[in-house]
Design a protein around this ligand. Structure first.
Ligand code: ZN
Length: 374
């Protein structure tokens, strides 16, 4: 009996150690959605962060565009009262955000067992990198691994280059993931993209095979490794990199109209652009990769969450410039195909057209302008 009890106590302690986490918890934080239908409503949402500690999952933009944000449990009463007084209609998307986070599973990858990597779970940075190393071992002639540089916390920013055997090289594609720490689906998707390109050689899908064989591919699945790890161990809602205590929004740090619109020089802001363009090791590393491979660069793709949007440059203007219409046509074709397959409706346009706000210092805008990438 005593032996059994000791055993269960030991087991219990073991169990607690495994699951014990110093993370910030978001118990009873609620994710609300509001739709502004008057100027007054829009003003209310724009000023929400003065009154409350809100985290926007969809920031305010134009009228009639849904806005989504979390409110702390202790603020909910006052917030709901104020929303009601201002005639704002709200819907609850996730009553308890922490419960939703707890349902996201993080699995361990077992080295040299590539079947233990999947897309039904998330993985820590080291596991993603181990999987990439194993891919390189499995396809030594078709893949190359490189570290583009180190972060503030001395983590590598890993890239994988893929050129399939017998491919008829035309031009280059660069794929960026995980620039925003908390957008876990982005690195997960980019690793899936890598997997699909490598698998396409043996695919019966001739279209997919042709695409995979046509390009030289570069993938950077986790451009913000420090931030990504920070969301796993400390704060699931972290967005920026880990410069100092405050961090820099890497997708405001590129040298395209740096610090002008949709970004601030306030360190505590979620969209702090940093002291100067390319002040951060992560953006500088990506810039170098792009520059070195810019000669035949045809596509630069950057994956974010969440929302069903295909956002085309430029993010800092309302105008449709350069080859916008040509790219939009392709985007609409893609959106149609996605709708046909999943009945998911994607909106195609500039940042202003889609999410309803403008931003500067964005990676894709810098790449397109600087190297005339179509
Ligand atoms: Zn993002």
């Amino acid at each position: 009996m005593i032996v059994n009890m000791r055993k269960s106590i030991t087991l219990l302690i073991f169990y607690i150690t495994l699951n014990y986490c110093l993370c910030i918890k978001y118990h009873n934080y609620t994710l609300y959605r509001g739709i502004p239908v008057t100027d007054h409503h829009l003003y209310f949402f724009h000023n929400l962060s003065i009154m409350f500690d809100v985290k926007f999952w969809r920031p305010p933009g134009l009228m009639y565009r849904p806005i989504e944000f979390t409110i702390k449990p202790e603020d909910k009463g006052l917030f709901l009262k104020m929303a009601d007084e201002n005639g704002i209609y709200l819907t609850t998307i996730i009553p308890d955000v922490q419960r939703a986070f707890d349902m996201q599973t993080v699995k361990t990858y077992i080295r040299r067992k590539m079947e233990t990597f999947d897309w039904r779970n998330y993985f820590r940075l080291d596991d993603i990198y181990s999987w990439m190393r194993d891919l390189n071992r499995a396809y030594p002639r078709e893949t190359q691994l490189a570290s583009l540089g180190q972060t503030h916390e001395n983590r590598d920013i890993m890239a994988i280059r893929i050129v399939l055997k017998g491919s008829s090289l035309r031009s280059t594609v660069i794929v960026e993931g995980g620039i925003h720490a908390r957008e876990w689906i982005s690195p997960a998707f980019v690793t899936y993209f890598i997997h699909e390109i490598l698998r396409a050689r043996h695919s019966t899908d001739s279209e997919m095979k042709k695409i995979a064989m046509t390009y030289e591919w570069f993938f950077v699945p986790v451009l913000n490794p420090d931030g990504y790890e920070y969301t796993h161990v400390t704060d699931r809602m972290w967005r920026k990199n880990r410069r100092g205590q405050f961090g820099v929004d890497l997708n405001r740090n590129f040298a395209h109209n740096f610090g002008t619109v949709g970004a601030t020089f306030h360190k505590n802001s979620e969209v702090y652009c940093g002291q100067s363009a390319f002040s951060e090791p992560e953006t500088l590393a990506m810039a170098k990769l792009v520059q070195v491979n810019s000669k035949n660069l045809e596509y630069y793709l950057s994956f974010h969450s969440y929302g069903q949007y295909m956002i085309i440059p430029y993010a800092d203007t309302k105008k449709h410039i350069e080859n916008f219409h040509e790219v939009k046509k392709m985007g609409l074709q893609a959106a149609d195909r996605i709708f046909g397959k999943y009945q998911t409706y994607y909106t195609v346009g500039t940042s202003y057209d889609t999410v309803g706000y403008m931003t500067s210092g964005v990676s894709g805008c810098w790449v397109k302008r600087m190297f005339r990438v179509p």
